[in-house]
Design a protein. Structure first.
Length: 263
């Protein structure tokens, strides 16, 4: 495994959580990154992001051993995003979260080196140019992921319907049916975002993601964050390991500029 040669990225061996290499050899656009607000460049040509999700496309929640995912029927263009930095529309495939063992860290991206306690990722793929998600994952413009920071504050009623289902997916590879959920309730109404060219932060770590990171966080309460921490990395019958700190270390910015949709 080639170290990224960046002092802020600890040696891969320190992170047993990630079975795959911490840095992709030759990787030039890896994620997550620190977003230095003052280094981001306002781009007046960035459009507002348009989000239209159909709650009936929601299928199930499952624990995949990294996070818990809410998956959607992506066989039609019923749930899509368009605009923003994107050349065409992208279909919603799933959303999931990353969080810490304590509230001092947990997000994957940081803003001016500040961690949030958790981060939501809504994963979309370019069904205009590619026949499947698996194909899109391998292409530079294949995916678009919306990142939303979670901060400690008021209880989030929309999130609570998800939290109530978590005991049913406590162990790795458990699944529960979940329908009629509209994930736009988890996205701040403020239109401001940063965007940059990056990668998936969990396997296959491919450099195929246009990241759209919302400037404003959503508020969740302590009990809701604690509910995330009751999940397990391990399958039923294995020695229990709590699902916490499932975030990848920061990666070098290298030759990239983060653009902002706001001044
Ligand atoms: N955390 S992430 O969204 O960048 N990584 C993923 N890997 C497979 C589908 S989403
Ligand atoms: Zn993620």
């Amino acid at each position: 495994i080639k170290s990224c040669g960046n002092h802020s990225c600890p040696h891969p061996a320190l992170h047993p959580l990630w079975q795959s290499p911490l840095t992709i050899p030759g990787g030039t656009r890896q994620s997550p990154i620190n977003i230095q607000w003052r280094d981001s460049v306002y781009d007046p040509f960035l459009k507002p992001l348009k989000i239209s999700y159909d709650p009936t496309t929601c299928l199930h929640i499952w624990n995949n051993g990294y996070s818990f995912l809410v998956e959607f029927d992506d066989s039609t263009d019923k749930s899509i995003i368009v605009g923003g930095p994107l050349e065409n529309q992208y279909r919603l495939k799933q959303f999931h979260f990353h969080w810490g063992a304590i509230n001092d860290w947990g997000s994957e991206h940081t803003v001016d080196s500040k961690f949030y306690p958790a981060e939501l990722h809504l994963v979309h793929w370019n069904a205009v140019d590619y026949p499947s998600f698996e194909d899109a994952v391998m292409e530079g413009n294949g995916l678009a992921v919306i990142g939303v920071f979670l901060k400690l504050g008021a209880r989030h009623e929309g999130l609570q319907t998800l939290v109530d289902a978590l005991p049913a997916v406590r162990h790795k590879d458990t699944v529960i049916e979940f329908d009629e959920f509209d994930p736009s309730c988890l996205i701040p109404s403020c239109p401001d975002y940063w965007t940059y060219a990056g990668s998936l932060t969990t396997p296959p770590l491919t450099e195929s993601v246009t990241w759209i990171i919302k400037k404003k966080p959503i508020e969740v309460d302590e009990d809701q964050l604690e509910a995330f921490r009751t999940l397990l990395f391990t399958s039923d019958g294995e020695e229990e390991r709590r699902m916490v700190d499932n975030f990848r270390p920061l990666q070098p910015l290298m030759n990239r500029t983060v653009r902002s949709s706001f001044q």
